[in-house]
Design a protein around this ligand. Structure first.
Ligand code: ADP
Length: 547
């Protein structure tokens, strides 16, 4: 019998770390501080990561321990992205915007022993500090006043300053332990729209494979000529893999820190000239709106990656027409590491044409390494014909097969992850999401796509934001309610908006209920929060016009 002659070489974060450091030592990580920047080369950052690994070990951290991070996108967060998994511990990125009870739940559920916390975020962590049963150490990044956290913390919990620990760590003491590729490297909890958040644990292998997957030409590859601005938080599904893939490619990393509003972000973009960046659609709508009344310079941007929610065609078109920037749509979940599909048009399609936009408006095509299928209500597997509508199921080397300490068999199906997203898939693998299962509008036995209605509404020049939700209807079970944010001073009426929509969607799908609101509520990761809108409607808090 012939056996493979290949070396048994683990795919792990250590290998990624060594690669970026050895080949791209001069590349830089820039952290925005509002009025100035902090800069470190990959060589410097790698040395600090090693010191952090030693410092954590000196605190008693052992392989398999969970280390929480409560930080914005900063140089130090990237240092932890390497230092923690490098020594066999597990990086647990904590969503700083979670409700306190959810935050306490996930820290205790994961059993975090240490939390690295930005000094400016100490007050947010203080709200739950007394309930964090497993935390023994807080390591504070920055030299700001954190008394509020010290006072709230349980007795006996130790406080250290990050820079002091690094200064005291002996760099010569660092050794790369042998880490099995199947060992856990990082964990992230889903934002838990229903019930408690669920923990997804990425292995070294899955992290490596995801990094390679997104770096292929079918993903969002970076090169050492790129300057990457990850706006998506490092606590939201590992910033979509951008930190690790940029490091592997030697692309500079521009860290926006807490400055995520349009004004400072636009300033950071103009000053540091990123070539590419990634964020949810609401950030791009903000930056677009800001550009209408302020001088901006987005000219360095060649490509924007957008995802986390359906990307409206009008948004992609606006960035193309006004700035010549190509916005690419990607799809994934915390459970899929997260990038599973990217919407690149097929061969032969002319860039900048309406036909190209038709393809880019789709959700994407699976990356090599990810397999997708759609299934119907009775779990039958549906054809890839661009017509059949079903729930997407996924499997592959960076797709989770379970949740940590939370058996949920209903989320899996014969080894496939049920994603909760409803879609069609064309013969050649283009996925088009019509809705999340929980957002679907079931009207008289037919489904109305809220994503489609929202996308069309946004194409109207007076519409700034639009979210369409299902509301109960005595005759049709459910009907759409359009919740619309209008541009300042706009006077367009529901009837006019219906007429506008009528040129694109079937008459029976047109909403007869409308409400104008000042802002669509957002989730902790900046997506439209439709459950809040549903609750507001149920409580009678929305002024609804019926046509
Ligand atoms: P959550 O949104 O629940 O906080 P995730 O960040 O893991 O958690 O989001 C995953 C979900 O985001 C997907 O299941 C899907 O509904 C939505 N999503 C992500 N990208 C896209 C996209 N390009 N188009 C439509 N929906 C998307």
């Amino acid at each position: 019998m012939i056996e493979s002659t290949m070396q048994d070489f683990p795919l792990n974060v250590g290998m990624m770390f060594r690669h970026g450091r050895a080949l791209h030592g001069e590349s830089e990580v820039v952290t925005f501080e509002g009025d100035h920047t902090r800069r470190a080369t990959f060589t410097e950052l790698a040395a600090r990561s090693e010191r952090l690994a030693v410092a954590l070990r000196d605190l008693g951290v052992a392989p398999g321990d969970c280390i929480g991070t409560f930080m914005w996108n900063t140089q130090e967060h990237l240092e932890a992205y390497f230092a923690v998994p490098l020594q066999g511990a597990i990086l647990h990125t904590l969503n700083i915007r979670l409700f306190p009870e959810q935050l306490a739940y996930i820290v205790n559920h994961a059993g975090d022993r240490v939390i690295l916390v930005g000094d400016d975020l100490a007050p947010a962590l203080a709200r739950v500090a007394a309930e964090l049963d497993t935390v023994e150490f807080f390591v504070v990044v920055g030299d700001g006043d954190v008394r509020v956290l010290e006072e709230a913390a349980r007795d006996g919990v130790e406080f250290h300053r990050y820079d002091d620990l690094l200064a005291a760590a002996d760099p010569a003491a660092f050794e790369f332990p042998e880490i099995d590729e199947w060992a856990p490297a990082a964990m992230c909890y889903t934002s838990g729209t229903t019930g408690n958040p669920k923990g997804v644990v990425y292995s070294h292998r899955s992290t490596f494979m995801h990094t390679i997957g997104v770096s292929t030409g079918t993903g969002v590859p970076y090169t050492w000529n790129d300057r990457v601005l990850p706006i998506v938080p490092m606590f939201h599904a590992m910033a979509w893999g951008a930190p690790y893939s940029a490091w592997m490619a030697g692309a500079d990393l521009l860290m926006p820190n807490r400055y995520l509003q349009a004004e400072p972000l636009a300033r950071f973009i103009a000053a540091e000239r990123p070539t590419t960046t990634c964020a949810v659609p609401t950030i791009w709508s903000d930056l677009l709106r800001y550009s209408e009344t302020h001088d901006v310079d987005y000219s360095s941007l060649q490509r924007i990656m957008c995802g986390g929610a359906a990307v409206p065609r009008a948004l992609m078109q606006a960035f193309q027409d006004r700035f010549g920037i190509r916005m690419l749509q990607a799809w994934g979940l915390t459970e899929t590491s997260p990038v599973a599909a990217v919407a690149l048009p097929p061969r032969g399609v002319e860039p900048g044409t309406a036909e190209e936009m038709d393809w880019r408006e789709k959700t994407g095509r699976p990356l090599p390494g990810v397999e997708l299928r759609i299934v119907g209500d009775d779990d039958t597997i549906l054809p890839w014909d661009g017509e059949a509508v079903g729930e997407i199921e996924a499997r592959g080397s960076w797709i989770t097969g379970s949740y940590y300490g939370d058996p949920t068999p209903e989320k899996f199906h014969d080894g496939w992850l049920r994603t909760g997203d409803i879609a069609t898939i064309t013969r050649d693998g283009y996925v088009k999401i019509t809705d999340r299962a929980k957002d679907v509008i079931k009207s008289g036995g037919e489904w109305i796509s809220s994503v489609e209605l929202e996308g069309r509404l946004l194409a109207h020049p007076d519409v700034v934001e639009a979210a369409v939700i299902a509301v109960p209807d005595p005759r049709w079970d459910e009907r759409p309610l359009a919740c619309v944010v209008l541009r300042d001073g706009a006077t367009v009426t529901p009837v006019e908006l219906c007429e506008f929509l009528g040129s694109y969607v079937a008459k029976w799908q047109l909403p007869e209920r409308w409400t104008f609101i000042s802002e669509v509520p957002k989730t902790s990761v900046g997506k439209f929060d439709k459950k809040v809108l549903r609750a507001q409607y149920a409580d009678g808090d929305l002024a609804v016009v019926e046509l």
